[in-house]
Design a protein around this ligand. Structure first.
Ligand code: ZN
Length: 310
């Protein structure tokens, strides 16, 4: 694999993991829901984390699937049962490069009531027209999950050329031309729903006009808007230590801790005799103290012997 492609894929996977954590931090995803991104060089493949709560997903959890949602390489990982949502939408929408499926409580009242979700403020314009998909109409009684290619294809047909589709009694699926645009649309579609629900209680809902929707959506889709929002959400993720680099920070901490333990062991070797170290080692084992447990009796004795030999 050329270095530039390897670097590109790493950046893309890092962005995918950040998106999952942003959406978890924004209460869009919880234990369930998932985000995927299309392969930048092979449109017949896409990346998605393994079966895991999105907030916990890391780069190492990402698998590469074909558009039939089968792994490109054999994997021991359990995969999301609803991954066909992603594969079938990528088949139907060559213009789309990122997909999110979620069960946000902001949109569920619309999925349950069947009330139309409409743009009610300028940032909500990105949702445009939001169609419904009712799995029951075509597939009768199911377990409510979208698990067969036929169900995924049916959902993709209902989505049509739109940015999101509401799934009756289930949740929503949102699409974007890239991960940041997808994240923007997903967050603000939930914000729009969260605002529209109480507005309906107040009475008349004053939706944006078609011209306002077109102009405001085009403005929001520009990189200056999506990047500004992305940076803001990443900052919140970092503050909550939910960023994708968190595990690397922990690894650095572990390294520092190990360095300190090694230094302590070295200084003890200088100060104590073999028999004294053996006493400490025995006491450490009894008290289960981690710092002193770095003094393996056999290794220390070997080290002292080697030093004495020189
Ligand atoms: Zn679902």
């Amino acid at each position: 694999m050329p270095d530039d492609l390897a670097e590109l894929l790493h950046e893309l996977k890092h962005e995918l993991i950040l998106a999952t954590r942003i959406l978890a931090n924004q209460n869009v995803l919880d234990a369930f829901g998932h985000v995927s991104v299309r392969h930048p060089r092979d449109p017949k493949r896409y990346f998605i984390p393994r079966h895991r709560a999105p907030e916990l997903a890391e780069i190492a959890d990402i698998v590469e699937l074909d558009l039939d949602s089968e792994p490109v390489r054999p994997t021991q990982f359990r995969l999301y049962s609803e991954r066909v949502i992603h594969g079938e939408i990528y088949k139907a929408r060559p213009d789309i490069n990122a997909v999110c499926h979620h069960h946000s409580h902001a949109v569920l009242p619309f999925c349950i009531s069947g009330r139309e979700l409409v743009p009610v403020f300028h940032l909500g314009a990105v949702i445009g027209h939001v169609p419904f998909w009712d799995q029951r109409e075509e597939f009768d009684d199911t377990n409510m999950l979208v698990v067969s290619p036929e169900e995924g294809a049916s959902l993709a047909r209902a989505l049509g050329a739109n940015a999101m589709v509401l799934m009756r009694r289930h949740g929503a699926t949102v699409v974007g031309t890239n991960v940041r645009e997808l994240t923007f649309c997903t967050v603000f579609s939930c914000d729009n729903a969260a605002l529209q629900s109480p507005a309906m209680v107040h009475g008349h809902v004053d939706r944006l006009s078609p011209g306002e929707i077109e102009r405001a959506a085009a403005h929001s889709a520009r990189p200056p808007s999506t990047n500004r929002a992305w940076d803001y959400w990443v900052r919140h993720v970092e503050k909550g230590r939910l960023d994708a680099g968190a595990h690397r920070v922990k690894a650095e901490d572990r390294e520092k801790e190990q360095d300190a333990e090694t230094a302590l062991a070295a200084s003890l070797r200088e100060l104590l005799t073999d028999s004294e170290i053996c006493v400490i080692h025995g006491a450490a084992r009894q008290s289960n103290k981690r710092t002193l447990s770095v003094l393996p009796r056999r290794r220390l004795k070997t080290t002292r012997t080697a030093v004495a030999d020189h």
